[in-house]
Design a protein around this ligand. Structure first.
Ligand code: SAM
Ligand code: SF4
Length: 344
């Protein structure tokens, strides 16, 4: 029996265990599908967003999170779209902080593009957030504008400064993109590590239709790793954040470098998470279509019985893993929805 199972047995509640024996203790909550950027690998330039009337209110999102915490969720990542553009979003962080104070929850984290961080960093820290991920693929302002279509690098840099000043640990996430940032990985590594930040590279995934061909963007991280090893000593370390990244220490900088490799090295066997969208749709896997509607049971009653039942039922359908393919012969994405809908 695992520690999670023992704790729950002691409490008389069954933890969420999927058909492959994996305990689900981590949720990613996408609080909006909207964003102030249009990253070329994430969205097309013309996106149709969900009508606002379909969205869960912040109070409903809070209730949903509380139901998961009651079922053993220990970690919540708030994501999107761009989570910090949702109006009133700090209300959700403030109310989630009660679970951190009570010890029911270990961690609340955020994934953000950084555009609103200068405004919100201190408040996030005051709400008990200790670590955040900021997505930043290049340090070149023109390239940054090209890759995000609408982003301003200087503003993101101000946001990162504000986050560090507020006491937040910042991890930088960079999607490895052929022809965009593949000549500047050492620069990113040295910049991030020079500022005391971890850096994680991510392989692009075939999620949703975009204006470009994925195959032209895709860069296997196995190749990136080999080329970095010509320049640096990469020492495997046993560091885990609960996510899918595998870390090394770069001996020359002393910093941590993570690799998220959904394409070249499937990490699904250790998957501990599920994702909830801003409309209350629960996706048991980022790369599969099966989903469960949690909004209807949430709204049907003030009691959480129906909601808890729907969550438990969905977990019995959590698939073994994703089946991502990026090649010239495979034109369609693995799933139709963009990463901004399911939440990164
Ligand atoms: N807007 C926030 C941000 O950019 O950090 C949060 C949401 S975004 C969807 C979460 C993460 O997903 C970002 O690090 C982004 O780079 C990554 N991402 C988006 N589309 C992707 C794709 N098709 N393949 C791999 N990563 C992707
Ligand atoms: Fe927006 Fe994040 Fe998608 Fe970029 S990756 S378009 S910032 S949701």
């Amino acid at each position: 029996m695992t520690i999670v199972e023992k704790n729950f047995t002691a409490m008389g509640t069954a933890p969420l265990i999927d058909p492959f024996g994996r305990a689900v203790t981590y949720i990613r909550v996408s609080v909006t599908d909207r964003c102030d950027f249009r990253c070329v690998y994430c969205m097309s330039e013309d996106m149709n967003f969900l009508p606002k009337r379909d969205l869960l209110t912040l109070e409903e999102l809070d209730r949903l999170c509380a139901a998961f915490i009651g079922l053993g969720t220990r970690k919540i990542r708030v994501t999107g779209g761009e989570p910090l553009v949702r109006r009133g979003i700090m209300t959700l962080f403030r109310s989630l902080s009660r679970h951190l104070e009570s010890g029911a929850l270990e961690e609340v984290t955020v994934t953000t593009n950084g555009s609103q961080l200068a405004k919100y960093a201190r408040e996030l820290f005051d709400c008990g957030v200790q670590r955040i991920n900021v997505s930043l693929d290049t340090l070149d302002a023109d390239r940054f504008r090209a890759v995000t279509r609408w982003g301003d690098l200087a503003r993101v840099m101000e946001g990162i400064d504000a986050a560090q000043e507020a006491g937040l640990a910042v991890k930088i996430n960079a999607v490895a993109l052929r022809g965009v940032n593949d000549d500047a990985f050492p620069q990113l590594i040295e910049w991030a590590h020079g500022r005391g930040m971890d850096l994680t590279f991510i392989e692009v995934m075939p999620l949703g239709d975009i204006d470009a061909a994925r195959v032209d963007q895709y860069l296997p991280l196995s190749d990136v790793r080999k080329s970095l090893m010509q320049r640096y000593s990469l020492e495997p370390i046993d560091y885990q954040t609960g996510g899918p990244a595998r870390y090394v220490r770069v001996k020359e900088t002393g910093g941590r470098l993570g690799f998220i490799t959904p394409m070249t090295h499937n990490f699904c066997e250790s998957c501990n998470r599920v994702r909830v969208t801003c409309t209350g749709t629960l996706y048991m896997c980022l790369g599969q279509e099966d989903a469960a509607d949690l909004r209807a049971p949430l709204r049907a009653s003030d009691s959480d019985d129906g909601l808890v039942g729907a969550i438990r039922d969905a977990i019995t359908r959590k698939p073994k893993g994703h089946d991502f393919i990026i090649d010239r012969a495979t034109a369609n994405p693995a799933v139709g929805r963009h990463m901004s809908v399911t939440g990164g």
